[in-house]
Write a new protein. Structure first.
Length: 415
């Protein structure tokens, strides 16, 4: 355990040589996850067992799993329904006989697949026209049948932890770093590309392999005093009491960089959400580019200077960035409200280059946080391991890859 915040910050926060796939961390791919050792270090240093650790933009649940493993009261919030499912599964021990569950699910799926009329009827009735067009473009007919057979087998289980585990495993064979059962070349980095030459794996076999690997891991999660709490909610409006959180540890969306819904919808359409519904939900994500008729508000002086530099290059991009900073201001206001005085909020963020302008995201967020009452303790850089952080796909020469070499750890304190 670190003795103080200063000694923690003087240590190596890169963790490139550390294993990040222990426990249930690797059950599902997710773009831009930070290494679990990073939240673990701050949780160990700044909290005690039983303390409340909040991640208001929890993504796949890395912070909350670490809080759970360290016997803290982990509370995670995210607006993305797939992220919420992942985080719940990763932090929920199961009393399940894996040796019975796994063959049972696979046997049922194989038998259902043999009933071609039943499978075809389910495919034709479950999706509206727009959603079916999306599925037809990205999934071969044979794969659709295999996936539907799996879904029908999963439907046999009541809503609860076991079914949610099966749904996350189902999703994990679609949203993958490589391979997968769709026609996309790459989904885990959030930028799908159609691969005309790809021959997708058999979905039922892929599902069985993932289930064989991860069901025992979930079943073996330790049972601690404080179960994790995962909510689907907006970081700008938390249903959490004032002055009740001992540590906020989060990695907010990058400004104008990663579109999580672009990848996650490949699974969510199979799990019951339509393309139209997902589009509406996407418009509520912090960092999305839809400015619409939003009322633009003034921000602190330093942040306004950055926005002015971008305005001179591109008014539309300036509006997108202003909206991002306004939304992050609202999210940080909630962090301040729920934090206990004397405690910390740790934000891990990257900067962005827009139209050649470094928009200084960490510095601007620190600038905005001060106006909310936070003390800005420091901003410290850490080097990115691109393969582990899973940034958007490319050949290393794209603008997004060139600028995402480091990210910043912002340390805020509520006086």
């Amino acid at each position: 355990m670190y003795e103080s915040l200063s000694s923690l910050l003087s240590s190596d926060l890169n963790f490139h040589d550390k294993n990040s796939t222990y426990s249930s961390h690797a059950i599902h791919a997710f773009a831009a996850k930070f290494p679990p050792q990073l939240p673990r270090a701050f949780i160990e240093s700044l909290t005690n067992p039983g303390d409340v650790v909040l991640d208001p933009m929890s993504g796949s649940g890395t912070t909350i799993l670490e809080a759970y493993l360290l016997n803290r009261r982990g509370v995670g919030c995210d607006i993305d329904p797939l992220a919420v499912k992942m985080a719940r599964v990763k932090t929920t021990p199961l009393e399940v006989d894996c040796f019975q569950l796994i063959p049972e699910v696979i046997r049922n799926a194989v038998n259902i697949l043999k009933d071609e009329a039943k499978v075809n009827q389910a495919i034709s009735s479950r999706f509206d026209r727009k959603t079916k067009e999306f599925i037809d473009y990205w999934f071969f007919p044979e794969t659709q049948k295999e996936l539907m057979a799996l879904l029908l087998a999963i439907d046999n289980y009541e809503k609860g932890p076991v079914r949610e585990l099966l749904e996350v495993i189902f999703s994990s064979i679609i949203v993958t770093k490589s391979g997968g059962v769709s026609r996309a070349r790459d989904l885990a980095h959030s930028r799908p590309h159609l691969d005309p030459e790809k021959k997708p794996r058999n979905a039922i076999k892929a599902f069985e392999q993932r289930l064989l690997k991860f069901a025992p891991i979930i079943a073996a999660l330790p049972v601690h005093d404080y179960p994790a709490t995962i909510k689907q909610c907006n970081a700008k409006s938390l249903s959490i009491k004032d002055n009740s959180v001992h540590l906020v540890m989060t990695s907010p969306p990058y400004a104008n960089a990663i579109d999580y819904m672009r990848a996650n919808k490949f699974s969510l359409v199979w799990l019951g959400m339509s393309i139209s519904d997902l589009g509406k939900l996407r418009s509520k994500y912090i960092g999305n580019e839809a400015t619409g008729k939003m009322k633009m508000e003034m921000l602190p002086e330093y942040t306004e200077s950055i926005l002015s530099s971008l305005m001179a290059k591109d008014k539309k991009k300036e509006a997108v960035l202003r909206k991002y900073y306004m939304e992050m201001r609202d999210a940080m206001r909630e962090m301040y409200r729920v934090l206990i005085p004397g405690h910390y909020a740790i934000l891990v963020v990257g900067t962005s280059i827009m139209r050649g302008v470094d928009v200084k995201t960490p510095q601007c967020l620190g600038d905005i946080a001060r106006t909310l009452g936070f003390q800005l303790e420091t901003i410290q850089s850490r080097e990115l391991d691109r393969d582990r952080r899973m940034m958007p796909f490319g050949n290393g020469n794209t603008h997004i890859e060139q600028r995402m070499v480091t990210e910043e750890v912002i340390i805020l304190k509520k006086p």
